[in-house]
Design a binder for this molecule. Structure first.
Ligand code: FPP
Length: 269
């Protein structure tokens, strides 16, 4: 019978070190290949699996979301490293408001704290990253809205990179609010019905001036779009990965970008 011990055995230690060295070498090779090709102009991510991660690691649910937040901080570095200019992450859907009240409150605290942190993040100022929240702010508590406004105000003059956080976001709601805006403009005589085209609709969505996503990446093994960027994803490549969001490794991220580069985009031609 073996006695449980928190210390790794020497054999395990060597195996881990070898695995790390091999993983590092694969990462370096992938990074080199990725840098030689086109990276997505706009990457959109459905960060899924925080609660399952917490459950499978014997953690409280809140810890799962906290680790998810830490992963998002790491992801920002990876995006900068490969030269990805526009990133949009799905942090809270309109449907997520139907979760238990305590969980919604935990998430709101996390968002409030993190929008302020993002507004002060030296990386954001060094790389001139413009931060925006996409979604229906009327659904958010005032402290979260104020934190969003703080991050947006501090980065409004930047244009090198775009970092968008979709919260209280739903793709159908996005399209509906664009339809309402357009209908009002037509009613007021500012727009003629025959002038309504792709460009007009795109510019009334929450994403406004952002390019459509080239790649939508979802973690946790679920293969659905779940009401994310419905109009904008018309020609996006989709990539699904089994890893739960807080467990995402840089290697998984690089593989997603590399897989995108290997696909030939056809736009229906
Ligand atoms: C999906 O996992 C994740 C969420 C609904 C919340 C996303 C929030 C973060 C990653 C925290 C940080 C974000 C910011 C912007 C500070 P899930 O809760 O649906 O987990 P499950 O799929 O295992 O149920």
């Amino acid at each position: 019978m073996t006695t449980p011990s928190s210390k790794p055995t020497p054999r395990r230690g060597i195996a881990d070190t070898l695995a790390q060295v091999a993983g590092g070498a694969v990462e370096q090779r992938l990074l080199k290949e990725i840098r030689a090709g086109p990276v997505p102009r706009h990457l959109a991510i459905i960060m899924d699996g925080n609660r399952r991660y917490a459950e499978s690691h014997g953690l409280e649910r809140e810890q799962g979301h906290l680790r998810g937040k830490d992963k998002l901080e790491e992801l920002l570095d990876w995006c900068l490293e490969v030269g990805l200019r526009t990133l949009t992450v799905y942090a809270l859907s309109t449907e997520n408001f139907h979760r238990e009240r305590a969980e919604v409150e935990e998430l709101m605290r996390l968002f409030e704290e993190n929008f302020r942190r993002i507004g002060d993040d030296p990386r954001v100022h060094q790389h001139q990253i413009r931060v925006r929240a996409l979604g229906n702010r009327a659904l958010l508590p005032p402290p979260v809205v104020r934190a969003i406004e703080y991050a947006e105000m501090r980065t409004q003059g930047y244009d090198q990179y775009r970092y968008n956080i979709a919260l209280a976001y739903g793709g159908r709601e996005d399209i509906l609010q664009a339809i309402r805006t357009i209908a009002t403009e037509v009613k007021e005589g500012k727009l003629k019905p025959e002038e309504i085209d792709d460009r007009v609709v795109s510019s009334r969505l929450y994403t406004q001036d952002l390019p459509d996503p080239d790649l939508i990446f979802r973690t946790s093994g679920e293969e659905r779009i779940s009401n994310f960027l419905l109009w904008q994803s018309a020609y996006a490549e989709l990539y699904f990965c089994d890893v739960l969001w807080p467990g995402l490794r840089k290697l998984d991220f690089l593989r997603a970008i590399h897989a995108y580069q290997l696909r030939r985009r056809r736009y229906g031609t």
